[in-house]
Design a protein around this ligand. Structure first.
Ligand code: BG6
Length: 296
């Protein structure tokens, strides 16, 4: 069986390679492990809560309907940081393809976290499709505005924690020339550096990154992760470094920041405004590719 369901998780194993698998927690529909050819690709804190008591620290948490904290929208401003999708138990909708093994999860007001749904009482339905390829992991999201008369205003983001060998040897490429909002400096500017490198806490929202740009995570000259985006114009790059990691109770080991980098494709620089009855969709594709500097 390439798909196994327990009360809390869904595990996919590639039918042609038992060394390739993905584990999805129903809470948050959070992918918390992706093993490719025997090697873990995602970073997961050893103190991450997998019992539904808080969002998972690591893997691929889903951010919806708001990225960060909103101050001015009547309803979105009431939600906690990064919204309600990562704090809700999604329904497992089943397997939709045998090879590559593909499964779906659904969320709507009927099964979302009731406390948070009270604060954001809108009509919507989400379908997350997880496809485990022999050489890739694709996460596709469909957002439907199920209301007959109300606009659905939201952000979407895949908060992907990638596992790396050493942050000080790591660079992120193909973001050069892109406008960004630096959450540390609280300033917007255009990144003129050929690559992003890490020497301290870094928290940047790259905006409207050309859709044909692949974002690559490079370790000492070798590309270790390649990220393709569809309909996700923005990309957050984040590493908490020493002090921020210390302040997060569920971030362990405290030296873990050295082995992770978040590259988070999303639509967060503004809100998607979906008309009643309409659908919006997007995906993130993680795979391996050769070094491809598209812009320096
Ligand atoms: C990133 C943000 O996406 O998520 C950071 O850019 C934030 O500012 C980080 O610190 C983690 O957020 P949280 O809510 O999971 O601690």
């Amino acid at each position: 069986m390439s798909v196994e369901e327990t009360s809390t998780e869904v595990i996919l194993t590639h039918p042609e390679n038992k060394q390739t698998s993905v584990k999805v927690l129903k809470y948050g529909a959070t992918i918390f492990s992706w093993i490719l050819n025997g090697k873990e690709q995602l970073w997961l804190s050893s103190a991450a809560k997998l019992d539904g008591s808080k969002p998972v620290r690591g893997g691929i948490p889903l951010v919806f309907p708001v990225f960060g904290k909103n101050d001015d929208d009547e309803y979105l401003s009431k939600l906690p940081q990064h919204g309600l999708a990562r704090n809700s138990t999604w329904e497992f909708l089943g397997q939709v393809s045998a090879n590559p093994p593909t499964v779906q999860f659904g969320l709507g007001p009927e099964n979302a976290n009731p406390e948070l749904s009270k604060l954001w009482p809108l009509d919507y339905s989400l379908i997350l499709t997880v496809e485990l390829g022999a050489e890739h992991l694709k996460t596709h999201i469909e957002v439907n505005n199920t209301s007959s008369d109300q606009l659905l205003k939201f952000n979407w983001l895949f908060h992907t924690y990638l596992k790396i060998a050493d942050i000080e040897d790591t660079m992120v490429s193909n973001l050069t020339g892109t406008k960004l909002y630096d959450q540390m400096l609280k300033e917007s500017y255009v990144d003129k550096q050929p690559v992003v490198s890490f020497h301290e806490e870094l928290d940047r929202i790259y905006q409207e990154v050309d859709s044909d740009r692949l974002i690559q995570v490079i370790d000492k000259g070798h590309p270790v992760h390649t990220i393709k985006r569809h309909n996700l114009p923005d990309a957050v790059v984040w590493n908490p470094w020493v002090n921020k990691s210390k302040g997060m109770a569920d971030f362990e080991p405290k030296s873990g920041f050295q082995e992770m980098v978040c590259v988070e494709p999303g639509h967060v620089h503004d809100f998607i405004e979906l008309q009643p009855g309409k659908t919006w969709e997007a995906y993130q594709l993680l795979y391996k590719d050769s070094l491809n500097y598209q812009v320096v």
